[in-house]
Design a protein around this ligand. Structure first.
Ligand code: ZN
Ligand code: ZN
Length: 344
């Protein structure tokens, strides 16, 4: 290769491999039937900078990609020519595509996800999804339930209920480092996620989870009514010192430190580790409410990529420590998937 490889897509039925590179080009290869040879097909000048993700669509013969030149491009694999391009405000980091409706989901470094409808030579922006506070590192689209999952460098995962059309989102907080890869298993309704510190989480999505509340804004504590420090007038009037503002993760109220001294997990809202809650919410949380709705596993290496063979329940992780690990996930992703794996 003329430049380091940065992204790859393999289409099994047509045995075509697309490799994105640091220089912005995508190279296509055709793999022989016995998998012993790989023939160069053509090079696509898709981007001006590092290719971050590639999707190949056989029906339209498009190779769709995102890159660090802040754009998504789609090119015709028959002619090798550029069909369309759309620019974002920051580096495009990940891509998912709905083959049936030609919608693309693009995550970027600003933490936004853009939903676009691709046409032959144009595209239209349907909506932008804002919720993450760090760059989007991974996306997963489930075309059956019409759910989009996003992982970000803010350590959190958000499930966007696109099909529900009501803007419903679920927050999943269980990682203590950047979320690097996610995979949703539609059959068992489980989400597998991996983070840079080696954390592996398997989330039960087969229960009705609750949406985390919007954080409320207030000039004084919504429990004891003491002013926050920027509320100079009330501080002067009541001759009190302003307090720092915090938020209860369960009710979203703006509260002072004294009214939110307790910490609790609250898995039904996605809080798998202890978060700040106000004193009255703490009282309302029962012991059984703290039962975890995910299982956590130690990957013991710095995971940078993950891929799953859902039909066999196998997972492969690659790390920045140059180690590749293959995992038998059948004990945690449901025995219905246990086919073909032998630990020997
Ligand atoms: Zn207070
Ligand atoms: Zn509360």
């Amino acid at each position: 290769m003329s430049s380091p490889c940065s992204a790859m897509a393999y289409h099994h039925d047509s045995r075509r491999i697309f490799v994105g590179q640091d220089n912005g080009a995508i190279m296509e290869f055709h793999v022989s039937e016995d998998f012993n040879k790989m023939n160069f097909v053509k090079t696509y000048p898709a981007h001006q900078n590092r290719v971050s993700a590639i999707v190949f669509c056989l029906t339209s013969e498009w190779v769709i990609s995102t890159g660090h030149d802040k754009c998504i491009s789609w090119m015709c694999t028959r002619s090798g020519s550029m069909l369309g391009r759309h620019y974002f405000a920051s580096w495009a980091s990940c891509l998912q595509y709905d083959y049936e409706t030609q919608h693309a989901f693009v995550g970027d470094y600003s933490g936004q996800i853009t939903l676009l409808k691709l046409e032959q030579n144009t595209c239209s922006v349907i909506t932008t999804l804002k919720g993450h506070e760090g760059s989007i590192t991974s996306l997963w689209w489930d075309p059956v339930q019409r759910l989009l999952f996003s992982g970000a460098s803010d350590h959190s995962i958000i499930m966007w209920d696109i099909g529900g059309r009501k803007g419903r989102t679920l927050l999943l907080q269980g990682h203590h480092d950047k979320v690097q890869a996610i995979c949703y298993i539609q059959l068992t309704r489980q989400l597998v996620s991996c983070s840079a510190d080696g954390g592996i989480a398997v989330w039960n999505m087969d229960i009705s989870r609750e949406e985390a509340p919007q954080w409320l804004e207030s000039d004084s504590c919504q429990k004891c009514e003491q002013p926050f420090f920027w509320n100079i007038k009330q501080m002067w009037d009541t001759k009190t010192l302003g307090l720092r503002q915090h938020h209860c993760r369960k009710c979203g109220q703006a509260v002072c430190g004294k009214c939110s001294t307790k910490r609790s997990s609250y898995p039904i809202m996605g809080f798998e580790f202890q978060v700040r809650v106000c004193d009255s919410c703490f009282e309302s949380i029962k012991d059984e409410d703290r039962t975890s709705l995910a299982t956590f596993h130690e990957g013991k290496h710095n995971i940078s990529h993950m891929s799953m063979d859902i039909s066999r329940g196998l997972m492969v992780t690659c790390g920045s420590d140059r180690i590749v690990k293959i995992w038998d996930m059948t004990p945690v992703v449901g025995c219905s998937l246990a086919t073909g794996f032998s630990s020997r």
